[in-house]
Design a protein around this ligand. Structure first.
Ligand SMILES: Nc1ncnc2c1ncn2[C@@H]1O[C@H](COP(=O)(O)OP(=O)(O)O)[C@@H](O)[C@H]1O
Ligand SMILES: [Mg+2]
Length: 459
């Protein structure tokens, strides 16, 4: 580079002027000084501006820090921030309280040192989870506190620096005591509810068993008293016949025998014996049938699907439930000859006993109680079905509860009278039979409950 060029360059520079180069004039020097001072002014002004900006930023930073400190301080959950090696970097006030130590004493310590040896989750566990970039969700830590081990439920995740590199782990622990207490309260309430429901189910079973026994006992009573009365008559006839035969074998004369025969009313006894015997036989057969029904309808063989006659099931259900409880009930059963269904006759019997029982309950205390049971064949897209409808002359079912009567435990009856399980059991039985149960009110009054079942005529 030529020397002259370097000289020119220096001549423009305030630095060159400041160095007091001897070959410059006084005017030039003054201008140069003014330039220098102006430059210094500008620099100073820039410095002041930066200082103000810095102070503003500082103030904002302090405010943000205060806010964060306030947040951390008012958190009731324990917060621990540690580096990737598990060394504690920061804790909040709740952590200070739990560990009974100031933040300074806690920072720098390994996370593992803050845990009780009984902790179900270890420090290395959560650090490894975080390192895999998985969330730490509801893990249980047992903290070593001056008051002894304290369980907390821990949530946490990796912490990143502004450039997105992982620098540590943030953990938040919530004391499990409260959660556990709430859980236990819930569990015991649930347990209590379950027990109450079991008691109700048991009560329903006992009540329907009781009704069944009462109904069957009432049914058996008739033929048995019939048999009993006829047996007594036969016993008297036998005594008279023996007395008469004794007279015959004792060699009494014809006139005495005729007199004795008249006194003992032997001819009447002989004429009565066939009818008395037939009556006894009929009573015994009725008892046998009732016992057979009882066997058939109380068997609990769920697999036993059979084709059965609906009329006999309905008849027996009505007899067993209604006759003993409501002798003045006018019962009309209109089931066509040979209407058959497929299923478990015992379970269908149970459904019908429940429906008749509900009708009897609805009719209690009402004048002119009537029960009308009809059967019919139904066509349909999915084959032939049969329906049995139980219609009573009671008050009917209020519209607003029609949708709920099949719910378990729904009842409008007094405690001890109803459990609300009858219809829900019936509903389930109907479904198990590929059938259904429907409730409605009859236009002329009273409730109509319909049981629809697959027909025996279906392919
Ligand atoms: N024939 C009926 N007439 C009027 N209401 C009825 C009839 N059948 C059932 N209900 C109503 O349905 C409710 C539920 O019946 P159910 O499940 O058998 O339970 P429970 O008989 O124990 O109350 C009854 O409490 C009653 O309110
Ligand atoms: Mg009932």
């Amino acid at each position: 580079m030529p020397m002259s060029e370097g000289k020119d360059f220096l001549a423009d520079s305030p630095l060159a002027l400041a160095s007091g180069a001897p070959d410059f004039g006084a005017v030039d020097a003054e201008e140069a000084w003014i330039a220098v001072i102006r430059k210094m002014d500008e620099t100073y002004a820039e410095l002041v501006r930066q200082q103000v900006e810095l102070e503003e930023k500082n103030a904002a930073l302090e405010e943000a820090q205060g806010f964060i400190a306030g947040l951390l301080g008012s958190m009731t959950d324990v917060l621990i921030a540690c580096d990737l090696a598990g060394r504690v970097e920061q804790v909040n006030l709740a952590a200070e309280r739990v560990f009974g130590q100031l933040a300074d004493a806690l920072t720098g310590r390994p996370l593992a040192a803050l845990l009780d040896p009984s902790s179900p989750t270890s420090a290395s566990d959560v650090l490894a989870t975080a390192a895999r970039r998985q969330r730490i969700a509801d893990r249980e830590f047992t903290l070593a506190t001056p008051e002894g081990p304290q369980a907390v439920s821990v949530n946490g995740a990796l912490r990143f620096d502004p450039r997105g590199r992982p620098v540590g782990v943030v953990l938040v622990g919530r004391p499990i005591g409260e959660l556990r207490a709430a859980y236990h309260a819930l569990a015991s309430a649930h347990e209590h509810l379950k027990r109450t429901q079991q008691q109700l189910v048991h009560a329903e079973k006992m009540a329907s068993l009781g009704r069944l026994v009462a109904g069957v006992a009432h049914e058996l009573n008739n033929p048995i008293s019939f048999v009993y009365g006829n047996a007594h008559a036969l016993k008297r006839y036998a005594e008279r016949l023996i007395t008469y035969l004794d007279a015959v074998h004792g060699g009494a004369d014809a006139a005495a025998l005729a007199r004795t025969r008249g006194e003992l009313r032997i001819d009447r006894a002989l004429a009565d014996i066939p009818a008395t015997l037939a009556g006894m036989l009929e009573g015994a057969e009725r008892v046998r049938d009732i016992v057979a029904d009882l066997r058939r309808f109380s068997s609990d063989n769920r697999e036993a699907r059979e084709v059965f006659d609906l009329a006999s099931v309905v008849r027996s259900a009505v007899d067993w439930v209604a006759k003993s409880q409501m002798p003045d009930l006018a019962i009309r059963v209109a089931i066509p000859e040979g209407l058959e269904a497929v299923g478990h006759p015992g379970h269908i019997h149970q459904v019908l006993m429940n429906l008749v029982q509900n009708a009897v309950d609805a009719l209690e205390g009402r004048p002119d109680p009537r029960l009308h049971i009809t059967g019919e064949r139904l066509g349909g897209p999915d084959g032939e079905r049969v329906a049995v409808r139980v219609h009573d002359s009671g008050p009917g079912i209020p519209e607003d509860i029609l949708g709920r009567i099949f719910d378990p435990f729904f009842t409008t009856k007094a405690v001890g009278k109803g459990t609300g399980l009858g219809l829900s059991i019936c509903y389930r039985i109907a479904e198990e039979h590929d059938g259904r149960l429907e409730a409605a009110n009859h236009p002329e009054g009273g409730a109509v409950i319909s049981l629809i079942l697959p027909s025996a005529a279906r392919p």
